[in-house]
Design a protein around this ligand. Structure first.
Ligand code: FAD
Length: 322
């Protein structure tokens, strides 16, 4: 089998997903190691400009335009990939581990009877072996999985785990005809529904000050907000606070909330349950404030204060704002 890599690009409302640039970066590195070619499949209708933007990354873009692909549907994309595979036999097919990617990848692996590995934080070639890094058991364990297969492998890559590809010369757009039998596309795109309340994007913040149950009552939230503002950050929370509606769900950090990678994460009265830690342990600098010296948060914190957050923050604010 060739060492070629095929990537399925993701786009919405005329914009390429940032995660696609990350997968391209990984694909380029793998293709360089295997001596293969990296190709990016772009499906849609009227998306030539997006194909050209992708070609600027120095890759071959297989542009498949069809009315049945105007919007993403798992069925439509599986048929389109299937069509592409009639002429190309890549070793690896990659997509981002986004809502779209983890809908598409299992559907594809199931439809074509291919091995599947999801949510990889690293993929490398070790000689002829493909080695995939995944995080298991609520992110507590990092495992390397070796995949030996003479069939194409389908994989999804966790957003944020690879640096986005930068421009490179040599890219090309190849308009590609794939016949799609619209009667086999059983899914219909209806509409995009957005959350009614537009809130801050926690995942994009450089500084997050998160409040946990240790802040005792909702009336203490303004203290956290004031502190976050003083250090140029935004307010996050542990799950009990969003469950109690003290803050919107969009502020929840953790396994069932957001995964964040800020430069600074200040955990205020948060015990450090593994479900919370799963979402913030990769922050650059973790500062924890907790009255309990044996709180698990201190196991992941770089700097720890055994202190009452309701006393330490006002005192620190006084110093900061002078
Ligand atoms: C399937 C599943 C998914 C989950 N997903 C998430 C998730 O995404 N995010 C999440 O956060 N949780 C999640 N949880 C819940 C998680 O297990 C914990 O219950 C939760 O993180 C605890 O929140 P907490 O640390 O704020 O509260 P607690 O565990 O009650 O901790 C409060 C801490 O504050 C300290 N404290 C008390 N008073 C003060 C004070 N005055 N000053 C300083 N410290 C003080 C205490 O010593 C204690 O350590 C999930 C649970 C399950 C089962």
């Amino acid at each position: 089998m060739s060492g070629d890599i095929l990537i399925v690009a993701e786009h919405l409302e005329g914009r390429l997903a940032p995660s696609t640039f990350e997968v391209v970066s990984l694909g380029r590195a793998l293709a360089a190691a295997s001596g293969g070619v990296v190709r990016v499949a772009l499906f849609g209708q009227g998306v030539r400009a997006l194909a050209e933007a992708l070609a600027k990354l120095g890759v071959e873009v297989l542009l498949v335009e069809d009315v049945a692909l105007a919007e993403y549907t798992g069925d439509g994309y599986v048929l389109a990939v299937r069509g592409l595979l009639e002429s190309a036999k890549p070793r690896l097919l990659l997509a981002a581990h986004t809502a779209q990617g983890y809908d598409l990848a299992p559907g594809l692996a199931g439809a074509l009877d291919l091995p599947l590995v999801t949510n990889a934080v690293g993929v490398r070639l070790d000689g002829s072996r493909l080695v995939v890094t995944r995080r298991l058991l609520n992110e507590k364990v990092q495992a390397e999985i070796e995949i030996a297969s003479d069939r194409m492998i389908v994989g999804t890559v966790r957003p944020g785990s690879v640096k986005a590809a930068s421009p490179a010369p040599g890219g090309i757009v190849v308009p590609t005809k794939v016949s799609i039998d619209a009667s086999r596309v059983r899914m219909r795109f209806a509409r995009i529904e957005r959350p009614t309340v537009q809130d801050i994007d926690l995942a994009a913040a450089d500084v997050i000050v998160s409040a946990g149950r240790g802040i005792q009552k909702k009336e203490n939230l303004p203290l956290i907000e004031e502190f976050a503002k003083a250090v140029g950050g935004v307010v996050g929370a542990s799950r009990p606070l969003t469950d109690m509606d003290w803050l919107p769900k969009t502020r929840q950090v953790g396994q069932s909330g957001k995964t964040v990678h800020p430069k600074l994460y200040v955990a205020c009265g948060i015990s450090g349950a593994m479900q919370h830690v799963a979402g913030m342990k990769d922050a650059g600098l973790i500062v924890a404030i907790n009255t309990d010296p044996s709180a698990p948060i201190f196991e992941v914190a770089h700097v720890g204060f055994v202190a009452d957050v309701l006393k330490l923050l006002p005192a620190t604010l006084k110093e900061l704002t002078g």
